[in-house]
Design a protein around this ligand. Sequence first.
Ligand code: M6R
Length: 616
Amino acid sequence: MCGIVGTIGKTDTLPFLLEGLGRLEYRGYDSAGVAVVNENEIKIRKAVGGVSRLVEEVGRNPVQGNPGISHTRWATHGSVTTENAHPHLDASGRLALVHNGVVENHKHLREELVGRGHTFHSQTDTEVLAHLIGESFDQNADRNRSALVHAMQEALRHVRGTYAIALIHADLGRFLAAARSGSPLVLGIGKDAQFIASDAAALDGWVQDVVFLKDQDIAALDGESFHIAKVNGSEAAVPKLRKIEVEARATGKGGFPHFMLKEIHEQPHALREAMKGRIILEEATARFTGLHRTNEQLRDLKRIILTGCGTTFHAALAGEYMIESLARIPVECDYASEFRYRNAPLDSETAVFVMSQSGETADTLAALRESKRKGALTLGICNNVFSTIGRESDGGIGLRAGVEIGVAATKTFTSELLILAMLGLMLGRIRDLSQADAMEVIEGLDELPGLVARTLEREQIIASIAAKYATARNFLFMGRQANFPIALEGALKMKEITYIPSAGHPSAELKHGIIALINEETPTIVLAPQDEVFEKNISNIEEIKARRGPVIAIGSEGDKSLESLCDATILLPAAPTFLSPFLNTVALQLLAYHTAVIHGCDVDKPRNLAKSVTVE
Ligand code: M6R
C-alpha cells in the first residue's frame, strides 16, 4: 500500500505533489507528508489523516520547493502518528525518503545502525532505509549525484523485502532518485518536469511518456534527463518509453453523496461497456482479443484456476459455478494470498486467471509470478489494464468498469462476474455448448444491464429495511450455488463499511453449526431467488424462523411465499438463474451502504482499509 509521488521541474513542486497524492489516496489514507528542497534545506510537512489534512497543514504552514517527494500512508509498522508519517530523514537530516513496501529485516538493520550511533525518530521499517543510504552517502568523499546512486546500491543490497522509494538530498539541488523492488513505481516524462509515482494514474495530464521501472532499477532524475542503473551494479536494459492512456478520472460524485453510491448506480453502464464488441452473435459466443490465444490453444486447456483476493476472490468463486456449468472444464479457486504458500501442481495445460481490479494487489501479483514460474498460462482480469498484473500476464481481459474510487469494490465486482460468465460462454462454445443454449445465455446477458437498473429502483425499500435492522450487532448472509459467494460478498460489504460483524455461509451449512448463532437479535439475509433450489432455501428459512431468528429474504418478483414467512422481503426482477447473483449483489451493496450511512461511517474510506493492497 502507500502512494508515492515525486517530481522535479522548473517551478514549485507542491501543487503537483498534493494533487498527485490525492489521486493515490486509494492506496492508503492514514497519514500524508511532503518534503522539498528549498534553499539547500529539506522542508517537511506531515499530517495524520487523508491528503486533505496535509493540504490544510500546508495552508497553515506554507512551503515550496523543487524537487519534492510525497507520500500517502497505510500503516504497516508503527501506529498512525505524525512521527511515523513519511517522508523520513537520515541521520544528517539532509536526505528525505518515502517508501512503499515492507523492509522485512528492518529490526536487524536498525540494531546495527543504532550500534553505529544512529538515533531513530519513528517506529517505521522505512526509517532504516533513509539512515542506511544517508550513511553510505556521507562516507563517500565525492558527495555528488553518482555518490548518491552508489549509496543506494550499497544500502539496498542489505535490504530484504519489498520497496519503492523516492528520495531527495539537500546538498544535491535539482536531483531526485528512486528505486523499486517488488512494489510498483513509474517514471513519467512531461514537457517541463519529470515525475515518479506509484501508479501512472497519479500523473494524468502531466506526462507524455512513462517508463515502468523494473525490479532492482534505480532511477536518477535531474529534471531534463534521466538515467537508470541496477541495484547490483549490472547494466540496466534500455528503458522503454510508453504512451499511456489514463482513463478519464472520476472527479466528482455526480450528485451522489458518496462515490460508493455513484459506483453502485454506474453498474448498468459498466456492464454494457464490459460486453461491448465482445459478443459475437453469428457464432453465439464471446471473444476477448487480449487473451492472444486461438480457439485451438484454449481448447487444449485441461484446467482453470481463478485466483484473487477479497471481493475479487468472491467473484472467482461465483465464476467457478458459471464456467463449469457452461464450459464443463474443471475450475479451482484459490485465494491469491495463500497460493504461493502451498505447492500447487501447475502445468502448461492449466490457465491461471489472475484477477484483480487494481492489478496491483501484492498477493495476486505473487500468485501470477508463481504460476509463471511453474509454466502455467497466466491471463489477467483487471480493471487497470496498465497495472503490473495487466503488464506481466501472458494475456488478459479488461473490465472496462471505469475508475472505482470507493474503497469497497462494487461495480468492478459485477463486471468481474460478467467477464467470467462471458468466459464460460466462450470456453463452452469451443467445447460442448450448443448454439441454442449459448443464444439463451446471450439473450440473458443482453437483458442484464436493464435488470440491474430495475434492481436499483428498489433502493428506497432496501434503505427502509436497512433502517429497521441498523441496530443489529451481527448479520448472517446465506445463499446456495453461485449465490453462496454472493452471500460472502454481502457479508464483506457489510463488515467493511459498517464495521458490524457479518458472515456469509452456504445455506445448506446451516445445520452443520451456524444454526447455533440464530437468535432473536441476529438478522439472517437469505438469497432465495426462484430457481431449482428455492424450496431448499424455504426450508432453511423455516428452520431459522423456528428459532425466532429475523429473516430478510431477497427473492424474485411475483414470489408469494417469502413475504408471509419472512420479516422483510426484497423482491428483485425475475431473471434467468445465472443472472440472479448480479441482482442479489446490487441489493446487498445497497443494504450495506444504507446501513453504513445510518451509522455515520466514512463509506468511501472505511477505517484501516486501502483500495489497493500492495504489501503482503
Ligand atoms: O484490486 P483487487 O481486486 O486485487 O483487490 C482485492 C481486494 O483487496 C479487494 O477486492 C477488497 O476486498 C475490496 N476493497 C473489498 O471491497
